[in-house]
Design a binder for this molecule. Sequence first.
Ligand SMILES: C[S@@+](CC[C@H](N)C(=O)[O-])C[C@H]1O[C@@H](n2cnc3c(N)ncnc32)[C@H](O)[C@@H]1O
Length: 243
Amino acid sequence: MIIGKLPSPWMIDQFVATYLSKRDELIKRSTPEVDFIENVLKLGPGRKILDLGCGEGRHSIELARRGYIVKGIDISPTLIDAARDRAARLGVPVEFEVADIREYAVDEEYDAILLMFVVLGDSGNEDDDFKILRNSFKSLRKGGKILASFLNASRQLVRGNQKFNIETSTITWSADIDIGKIKHHLTQPVRLYFPSEARMLMKCCGFEVLSLFGDPFSSDKPVERSIKPDDLEFLILGQKPEE
Ligand SMILES: C[S@@+](CC[C@H](N)C(=O)[O-])C[C@H]1O[C@@H](n2cnc3c(N)ncnc32)[C@H](O)[C@@H]1O
C-alpha cells in the first residue's frame, strides 16, 4: 500500500475510468442541463463558448449540436480522447484540447465560458480557482457571460459533517485505487464555497454577478430558483463588464 497525495486525480486513468463508467447516466442529464444553460446565457447559435474542465464533453457536444461554436478543454488526455471519439461518432464539430486551465487564456475571444460540476474547487486550493477565473475573464469578450458551479459549503454545516474543515472550507476525498499490483490510498482536498464567498471570488476576478441559482440540476427538469442551505451545488451567472 502506498499512501500519497495526488497532484490531480484526473491524471490517473483508474480514477477517470470510474468517472467514465457513470457516463451514460451523466450524458442522459446533459440535455436538460444544456436547456438550462441556453436559457440563462441567452446567446443563440453561432456564438462562441469555451467549456473549461469539459470532461468527456457532454455539454460541449450538446451545445455544438445546437449550433454553437464550442471549444472544450480538459487536463485529462483520456477524457479528451473520449470526447473526440464521441463527437466524431455523432458527427458534431467540436474542438477539444488537453490543457491546464490554471494556465490557459486567450484574448477576449469567447461569448461565454462554462465551469460546470466541480471544476472550481477541484484541487482544494483556492489560489487555483483565482487563476482559473482570472484566465476566464481574459478569454471572455466584453459583455461576455460566465456560468460557474460551486459545491455548497453551508450543506456541510446543516448536515453537521465533523470532517468539514471550517477554516479552509475543504473536505477530503479519499479512495483506494489499484495501480498495477500496488494499492494506493489517495487523498485529495476539495474546496467548497459559501454562496457569499463565491460571489466575492467572482467580483475579485472582475465579474459582475448577475444571478445565483440553487442546485438547478438536482431535479429532472432544471429550474431557476434561489439557494437553500442544504443544496449540494449552486451556480453563479456572471458577466465581464461592457466597459
Ligand atoms: C467532475 S468533472 C466535470 C466534467 C464536466 N464539466 C461535466 O460537467 O461533466 C471535473 C473536470 O475538471 C477537469 N479539471 C480539473 N482540474 C483541471 C485543470 N487544472 N485543467 C483542466 N481541467 C481540469 C477534470 O479533468 C475533470 O474532467
